[in-house]
Design a protein around this ligand. Structure first.
Ligand SMILES: [Zn+2]
Ligand SMILES: [Zn+2]
Length: 382
């Protein structure tokens, strides 16, 4: 089992900020890699201090453990508010790999699962929400991330049923094992039957004779777990994936919560995105615009040919079909939209100036504009 942050610093849960600071200084000194300490241990100490020295983080940790964000994810539409991120990054503890089958992962985008309120059966585990940052290119091609979550998992010792192995689990006497108490209320409008969870067994219908020594009868323990998450090609900034069974284990074998992963996509220096279309603007020279040109664009791993016709104008947009961003569902891709931007040269050599002047003499100043936009031209210039 992973160590508790308080244990790592060797302080009690009641320790003051000062005591924690002192303990951290001592531990950091002792484990500092520059002084021959073990790097992993030093990292643990730093992580523990990072959390316990921050009032808000500490109180969240006391309440929820390292996976703070579950608090926001519970209840309705958990994914919507997923702004948090597992504050412990990708490294730190050595734990077992726990890969989740990806088959059931991308059930719903923009998650928002309605939690099933069941009057009977053990309480379900909490949902967890995290955010991951990916590059624009990774959003186009898809990627994989390993998340590390400190969360409640099924207790190995009792296999999640909460009873010490070898001891019995009895039927609850209060509700005779139904987990429900049925009461009939008389009102002015008639009799109503009301069903509530049995207070004695919390709706489970059974009770352990002797609670598990490892988990105290909850059927779950807290551990660091690594989870590989596949982020599909085509995902957009702000979208949330729901990973069923990626959340916290339920009480005594109750249903496991979901993990919501919200993806944040970084901006790209060349490309932007609109729906599934990939957009970029390319600068060309005015001679290329006037004479036409052929060019090759590097679109990530792909090369795209563009043929500029002579006389092209700024703002002209080429649409290249099926060279955009892959659709998340189904097949196919959006388009690539390339917008032309003609750059007027800022500096000219003497020779270039001469050539341009002779061009003006040749054609007459602004003759083309005058011809094309006669009415407009006459109105705007005196
Ligand atoms: Zn147990
Ligand atoms: Zn009961």
């Amino acid at each position: 089992m992973a160590e508790d942050y308080y244990d790592i610093l060797g302080v009690s849960r009641e320790s003051s900020d000062d005591e924690i600071k002192k303990a951290y200084r001592k531990a950091a000194h002792e484990h500092h890699p520059d002084r021959g300490g073990e790097e992993a241990k030093f990292k643990e100490v730093s992580e523990a201090y990072q959390v316990l020295s921050d009032k808000q983080k500490r109180s969240q940790y006391d309440q929820f453990g390292a996976t703070f964000d579950q608090a926001q994810a519970g209840g309705q539409g958990g994914a919507g508010g997923a702004g948090g991120q597992n504050p412990f990054g990708q490294q730190g503890f050595n734990v077992n790999m726990d890969d989740i089958d990806l088959g059931d992962i991308f059930g719903s985008f923009f998650g928002g699962r309605q939690r099933q309120a069941s009057p009977t059966g053990p309480e379900g585990g909490d949902d967890i929400s995290v955010a991951v940052d990916i590059s624009f290119k990774d959003s186009v091609f898809g990627t994989e991330r390993e998340l590390e979550l400190y969360k409640r998992v099924k207790c190995d010792h009792c296999k999640g049923n909460g009873a010490e192995p070898g001891t019995k689990i009895d039927t609850c006497k209060t509700c005779s094992g139904s987990g429900q108490i049925r009461q009939t209320r008389q009102t002015m409008l008639g009799a109503f039957a009301q069903v509530t969870a049995c207070p004695d067994c919390k709706g489970e219908g059974k009770k352990a004779e002797k609670p598990c020594g490892q988990c105290g009868g909850d059927g779950r323990t807290k551990e660091n777990k690594k989870i590989k998450v596949k982020i599909p090609a085509g995902i957009a900034n702000g979208q949330t994936m729901e990973i069923g069974d990626g959340g916290e284990a339920g009480l005594r074998g109750g249903p496991t919560g979901s993990l919501y992963v919200t993806v944040r996509v970084a901006d790209h220096e060349i490309f932007t995105r609109e729906n599934y279309d990939l957009k970029c603007e390319i600068p060309i020279s005015f001679t290329q615009a006037a004479l036409g040109d052929k060019m090759n664009l590097q679109v990530f791993d792909d090369k795209v040919k563009i043929e500029l016709p002579a006389g092209i104008q700024t703002g002209k947009t080429f649409r290249i079909h099926n060279k955009g961003i892959p659709h998340l569902q189904g097949s196919g891709k959006g388009d690539l939209l390339v917008e032309i931007n003609i750059i007027t040269p800022g500096k000219l050599s003497g020779r270039e100036k001469e050539l341009l002047k002779s061009l003006v003499e040749e054609k007459g100043e602004s003759s083309e504009v005058k011809k094309d936009k006669k009415g407009f031209w006459d109105k705007i210039f005196a």
